[in-house]
Design a protein around this ligand. Sequence first.
Ligand SMILES: [Zn+2]
Length: 91
Amino acid sequence: MGYSPICHKAHRYDAHFESLPEYQGTFSRHKCAGCAFELGYFHAVNGIPKAIDDSVLDSIPYSQAGSVRHKDAFTAYNDGYKFALSIAKVA
Ligand SMILES: [Zn+2]
């Protein structure tokens, strides 16, 4: 399905992700935090239970550049999930 292991989306440069903590672990350090955010959002709006660890990030692309580099992608996932729920409340 045309899956690319490297993220080339514009959200790599989203300033929002500058505020994420630096990730010092081994697994999701190079995952795209922008894609992780969108994945969390997608899970929330589809009623999928929130993931408990960063193995959920297995399927998302890596990122090599921009604001999201070396950011904590699992934190971004949780942020996306929370963001979707906060929107659902006001809708
Ligand atoms: Zn991405």
